[in-house]
Design a protein around this ligand. Structure first.
Ligand code: KIV
Length: 344
């Protein structure tokens, strides 16, 4: 409708200039419909992953995730804290902007951190607005059920889509006595269903269900017309979300039972870095192909600056004997003649 200096960039319907179409909140909402049998069906399960930076966002986007959540879990994953509680709105905005630049297709959700919305619906609206304006978020997520229905309603009325979050609420860890499975008793399960219904009523387009038994997740999923996105909530949800560092095997140490590690990238990072360290110490890196051509008119460096082929080979053998595994081509590279420096 309006002109833009970068056609298609971030445009929801978009797809201009070779960009993929953006996934939108209404599109995610519309994946769940009421079937002829009176039951809800989901046309395609929603795939959501957390992201905190541009590089990872671009990779996740290329892999085809539907939603990237800039979660307040960044407090643990990115900042090394024990909980999400200290995370600030400015910090979420900062990470959100980085992720939004890498998300050509995926919908970007900005998480409302602790005390950025709890005080009043007006505060919630102001914080949500900041996440959209400063953080480039396309929707926001907040924790809590019926108690936050009014907050949700106010944000939705202002034109910002809201993703709800019920079950385990990590921002309430002190009140809950830790990160514990929720909905174990029937009363608790009923309360979670009622919370999800209150959020649906307030206009939430999807609801995260965290750490509840699968039967409770199934009850909630059957009770609301908006998609549920589970984390530690079993297979009956309309979508699934995992923290990217857990899912990719970057998290060192124990991960929750519900996590599946689809790769061991942490191990790959450590091995690659150890190989780099060994090559720096043995002076195998940088090799000639990693160096710029010498500038014309400069004097040739002293002979020590460039290792001879024989020196290089000796260093390679040394590094091979002491260091970890290296790419097989490294020794060959070292045996190549050194760069010829031309003095004019
Ligand atoms: O902050 C986060 O990563 C989340 C997910 C666990 C849903 O809220």
């Amino acid at each position: 409708m309006y002109g833009s200096s970068s056609p298609g960039a971030g445009a929801p319907g978009g797809g201009g200039a070779g960009r993929p179409r953006k996934v939108t909140a209404p599109e995610l909402r519309a994946r769940k419909t009421l079937g002829d049998d009176g039951r809800f069906t989901t046309s395609e399960r929603i795939v959501m992953v957390t992201a905190y930076d541009f590089t990872m966002a671009r990779l996740l986007d290329r892999a085809g995730v539907d939603v990237m959540l800039v979660g307040d879990s960044l407090g643990m994953v990115f900042q090394g804290r024990d909980s999400t509680i200290p995370v600030t709105l400015d910090e979420v905005c900062y990470h959100c902007r980085a992720v939004a630049r890498g998300a050509e297709r995926a919908h970007v959700v900005g998480d409302m951190p602790f005390m950025s919305y709890q005080i009043s619906p007006a505060q919630a609206l102001e914080s949500a607005g900041k996440l959209v304006k400063d953080g480039m978020a396309e929707s926001v997520k907040l924790e809590g059920g019926a108690d936050y229905a009014e907050h949700t309603r106010r944000i939705v009325r202002a034109g910002i889509p809201v993703m709800g979050h019920v079950g385990l609420l990590p921002q309430s860890m002190h009140a809950l006595g830790g990160f514990k499975v929720q909905g174990k008793s029937d009363a608790e399960a009923q309360r979670i269903v009622a919370d999800a219904q209150a959020l649906e009523d307030a206009g939430a387009y999807a609801i995260v269900l965290e750490a509840v038994p699968p039967d409770v997740a199934a009850r909630v999923t059957a009770a609301v017309s908006v998609p549920t996105i589970g984390i530690g909530a079993g297979p009956e949800c309309d979508g699934q979300v995992l923290v990217c560092a857990d899912m990719l095997g970057l998290t060192v140490g124990r991960v929750p039972r519900f996590v599946k590690r689809y790769a061991e990238l942490g191990e790959a990072v450590s091995q690659a870095t150890a190989a780099f360290a060994a090559e720096v110490r043995s002076q195998a890196f940088p090799a000639p192909e990693h160096c710029y051509a010498p500038g014309a008119g400069r004097a040739a460096p002293s002979p020590r600056a460039v290792p001879s082929a024989a020196e290089g080979a000796a260093r390679a053998t040394e590094a091979e004997a002491s260091g970890p595994r290296h790419p097989p081509s490294r020794t060959r590279r070292l045996l190549r003649p050194p760069i010829k420096l031309v003095a004019s």
